[in-house]
Design a protein around this ligand. Sequence first.
Ligand code: GLN
Length: 487
Amino acid sequence: MTIPDINKLTIHETRDLLDSGQVSSVELTKRFIERIDSVDPSVKAFVTVSSDVAIMQAEKADKSISQGKQSYLTGIPIQLKDNLCTKGILTTCSSHMLKDFVPPYDAHVTTKLQESGAVLIGKGNLDEFAMGSSTENSAFYSTRNPWDLERVPGGSSGGPAAAVAAGECLASLGSDTGGSIRQPASLCGVVGMKPTYGLVSRFGLIAFASSLDQIGPITKDVADNANLLNVISGYDQRDSTSIKTPSIDYSQALDKNLEGFKIGIPVEYFSEGVSVEVEKQTYQAVDILKGLGADIEGTTLPHTSYALAVYYIIAPSEASANLSRYDGVKYGFSDDVDGTIWDGFERTRQNGFGEEVKRRIMLGTYALSSGYYDAYYLKAQKVRTIIRNEFSEAFKKFDVLMTPTSPTTAFKLGDKLDDPMAMYLNDIFTIPANIAGIPAISVPAGFQDGLPIGLQFMAGSLQEEKMFKAAYAYEQATEWHKIRPQI
Ligand code: GLN
């Protein structure tokens, strides 16, 4: 049969089509592969399309469905960001360093998706080693924003957000160290969320900054997002930061009634640099949420302005340690044919890493070096604690905090490439949640000149249910999430 508008389908709508036998997973998967063939030459959201594996998994899923053994993701085509390990399938981190790397094992989330019967359709493009906010730092090519191909999709999970927005898959998983799920979700008009630090195992996620990295879902709506978190969350002994918490069905939190629900609006998130339209849509959201019964009040998080500085000391410091493993000896690219082993290390790293990655390694090495450690790294850790405490205090009073996700809509390719500081400022509203380790979600909240705007809800540690509740109530009271790019 012909499936209407596959680019518009959510997972829950597709579930109904699969369960009622209107379409098989094999037919669906083939349709998505065709869609990728037709739009990805212009969007460039994929590094690898795993068609053969996808068809095999779809056949298996169809068998499960015919036996009535399906769950939420059985037969559903999903993409993974290309820093999540997939056994036997190229995992490049969009870096020359790993351009031929085929992992011998699966990431924890890859296994979880497989166990739930999902179909792995391919791997999404990213800024090299997840460092960036536009996907222009990919060593291969820049991903384009499906709403305007001359603009960036955001980053670093630009491939995943663009693929979901362009209807090349039904969902994707990204990683978020300082905003890499939420900022591209905002710029591409989809839903992206970063869970509490420790809720989703990072086993098999190629590390960037280990005290900040989290994996989370990118979907077309909040219900799909909550259901995908159900599948990937939970304790895993292979990640030492994994939290042992009772498992929760997040879909139970999806409730439109906000009577008595307390929302705080921190003034610091309406600073200079926020576009007028972004500010307008955020204030309009206040009215909508009030109409649903929420109790909304302004508040202040005075140390917010230090979050970006803290991030750009801690993240590069951890990156410089994590990326020391790429020496050309153990795995990945190697340029050690001539000279001493030291020459080999130097050339491998010189030629294997791109400019931004090298910039971060140098920044981090500097911040950790003797004589500067106390002034930079230690100071940053202390300010991190202050920021964390400030959030804890705020969540004694409020169920969630609401802010814009990104100060502006998608910018033109090349616009910020020569100005790292301008690029870093993109994540000014998303970084605080990583610093504090708390959950945060971005939902579509309108348009400016045809480009999507995103709204962010943050909640206290392990309070994902409150975050989903607010996001869902807002989403259901608006139509933004239903509008898809013409591509
Ligand atoms: N854009 C931020 C950076 O460049 C965040 C990246 C991320 O969350 N992976 O570091």
